[in-house]
Design a protein around this ligand. Sequence first.
Ligand code: NAG
Ligand code: NAG
Ligand code: NAG
Ligand code: NAG
Ligand code: NAG
Ligand code: NAG
Ligand code: NAG
Ligand code: NAG
Ligand code: NAG
Ligand code: NAG
Ligand code: NAG
Ligand code: NAG
Length: 590
Amino acid sequence: MSELRILVQGTLIALLCLLLSLPPPATASPLHEPASNGSCVTYERDALLSIKDSLWEPSVNLSSWQGEECCTWKGVRCSYKTGHVVKLNLRGSAQDCLRYSTYRGAISHSLVTLQQLRYLDLSCNSFNWSEIPEFIGSFPSLRYLNLSYSSFYGRVPPQIGNLSKLAYLDLKLPSYNILYSSDLRWLSHLSSLKHLDLSYINLTTALDWVHEINRIPNLSKLYLKYTGLRSTVSALGQSNLTALEVLDISQNYFNTTIAPHWFWNSTSLTSLNLFRCHFYGRIPEYIGNMASLEEVYFGGNNLMSNMIPSNFKNLCNLKILELSGSNTSGDISELMERLPNCTLNKMQVLDLGDNMLGGAMPSSPGPITNLTCLALPQNKLTGPIPKWIWSLTELLILDLERNELHGVVTEDHLRSLTNLKLLSLGHTHLQIKVSPNWVPPFKLQVVTLEGLQLGPAFPSWLRSQTSLGILLIANTTITTIPDWFWVAFSRAEVVDLSKNQITGALPTTLEFMAAETMALSNNRFTGTVPKFPRNIKGMYLSVNSLSGSLPSDFGAPLLQYLSIYNNSISGPVPSSLCSLTQLALLEGTS
Ligand SMILES: *[C@@H]1O[C@H](CO)[C@@H](O)[C@H](O)[C@H]1NC(C)=O
Ligand SMILES: *[C@@H]1O[C@H](CO)[C@@H](O)[C@H](O)[C@H]1NC(C)=O
Ligand SMILES: *[C@@H]1O[C@H](CO)[C@@H](O)[C@H](O)[C@H]1NC(C)=O
Ligand SMILES: *[C@@H]1O[C@H](CO)[C@@H](O)[C@H](O)[C@H]1NC(C)=O
Ligand SMILES: *[C@@H]1O[C@H](CO)[C@@H](O)[C@H](O)[C@H]1NC(C)=O
Ligand SMILES: *[C@@H]1O[C@H](CO)[C@@H](O)[C@H](O)[C@H]1NC(C)=O
Ligand SMILES: *[C@@H]1O[C@H](CO)[C@@H](O)[C@H](O)[C@H]1NC(C)=O
Ligand SMILES: *[C@@H]1O[C@H](CO)[C@@H](O)[C@H](O)[C@H]1NC(C)=O
Ligand SMILES: *[C@@H]1O[C@H](CO)[C@@H](O)[C@H](O)[C@H]1NC(C)=O
Ligand SMILES: *[C@@H]1O[C@H](CO)[C@@H](O)[C@H](O)[C@H]1NC(C)=O
Ligand SMILES: *[C@@H]1O[C@H](CO)[C@@H](O)[C@H](O)[C@H]1NC(C)=O
Ligand SMILES: *[C@@H]1O[C@H](CO)[C@@H](O)[C@H](O)[C@H]1NC(C)=O
């Protein structure tokens, strides 16, 4: 049942935190061009038509690409003054960004005809794993180039370094190792560059990348996530990157201490993402002096039992602190004393999960009164949940599971958490005591209460939680489930009721549930096995008292895991099981 765990733990919680608590990034595209009254240049019109021809199955609707006046065609903008095409936006749909393998066409060499182009967006198209053409470097006025999420293959052409006016360059991929660049020397000519995203491009051999990046004085956003970088420098003669706002070098393999004097002189850095960089040792005090910081991600590095430096107290703009799985230890109160202590406190996300923090939570929150996400799972926290947590009215996520916490949680406590989406208290010594008629003020999407004593009756307050996507209540001493259960949670994707003492039959309406994973094992279910939920991938029914023969058709074409051992099921294995192409694990009757 390991996939249940994977679903709701570790970085997923952190991701969920960020997804739920941050506003979606502004998508306004830079460099707006005024619409022109047109009078299209004839040879540019011809070029556009041959680009249209080379797009096999354009993901943008090119039905407007006909007639003389090319300046009014969808995705085309001409200069107000000269009539030349200055902008070409053929960005695919958001869906195409994900699909990414359907063949959409080639880049026609005719593109070069559009010499006045300032803006070129071909993102989210599929170019059949061809190479990025070298002629991409021959647009002297180009300021914006976006080839992200398009299936190109091979070398990033250094000719891109000829685009001396370029301010935005986005080549990021959805996964690693399709494109590579053996060094970043070509970047040094791009002195106007403000936004650079090379995430997921293989830069393993770009050993001198820090110095190469340091030649781009106006850089404000730098994303080099998951690029195979392994070298860094401990000191930089002088940092040119005085305008840097976003630095994301997450998921690389540096295997060194966090360089103490590097880009830290920036007075404008707002987002520092060093997630899973394989850094070890202390966080340099320098970082605590960077008052501009709003987001800091240090999760997945090895802080070697050190805490954040005490001068983090001064980071009055900090909104997000992410330290999950970073081998930080010590007393939770002491750590919280190092959090920003400012009159106007902005902290929203505190993620300290999967560490070795101990002690009881402090009885006063200090200045962090407006959190949206508090994630402290898998630590060694003791004592009761302090009162102040119940007054965090903005909370979306409260994850305290896998700690040594004691005490009683009442409906009074939960009353103010009207925005809560995730409640995770499993594997603690907490007790939940609410009246049978209580209707919570929140609509949860995820609830995990494994190992708590909720039974013997099914917790009736869950009845109102009809938006649940994940319901994990294994090993909670429940002995019955009400009829409304199958209706209230019919939209849940993951349901784990295993290791209870639930009696009764499975409903014939099971097939109408949306579940992809359903664990009902280790209970006392009786009766026959009904048809499975239609989207089910993992079905766990072992160790029950189910009897009769299996349905001749489970009605579950996506089934991959099925366990039914230790029941009293008789009769032949239905032949429909043999036609399931996905089935990996079938643990039969014993
Ligand atoms: C493309 O747009 C035109 C007019 O805007 C519309 O009539 C046509 O149905 C669209 N085609 C597709 C495939 O969406
Ligand atoms: C667009 O129209 C304006 C005034 O109507 C005119 O001055 C300008 O030259 C026109 N531009 C082009 C490219 O035709
Ligand atoms: C896509 O690329 C493959 C391999 O290079 C080639 O065989 C195929 O013909 C290409 N498809 C199109 C439509 O050009
Ligand atoms: C490039 O295109 C992608 C996908 O369309 C988009 O998400 C991204 O924000 C764009 N990059 C820039 C710098 O505008
Ligand atoms: C562009 O860049 C390449 C390689 O960096 C270089 O050889 C070439 O001379 C540059 N100029 C033009 C116009 O392509
Ligand atoms: C990245 O590129 C290097 C050198 O070109 C190569 O050795 C390595 O295998 C590539 N990485 C992956 C994951 O393929
Ligand atoms: C800073 O940038 C300038 C302009 O690109 C470059 O000449 C200089 O070498 C850079 N300084 C360092 C230390 O890299
Ligand atoms: C950071 O600033 C200090 C003093 O302001 C200066 O001595 C040092 O060289 C700078 N470091 C970098 C990497 O720019
Ligand atoms: C990481 O660095 C340590 C110490 O420098 C070294 O012993 C170890 O082999 C390195 N690990 C890898 C995988 O390179
Ligand atoms: C936080 O600031 C207040 C007021 O300035 C001060 O009384 C308190 O001691 C500070 N707390 C910590 C942990 O530094
Ligand atoms: C608390 O957070 C909410 C939204 O997260 C925000 O609208 C509100 O202004 C914040 N209040 C304070 C006092 O920071
Ligand atoms: C069930 O939860 C209890 C604590 O409530 C724990 O001691 C026990 O090990 C759990 N049993 C299983 C099978 O996980």
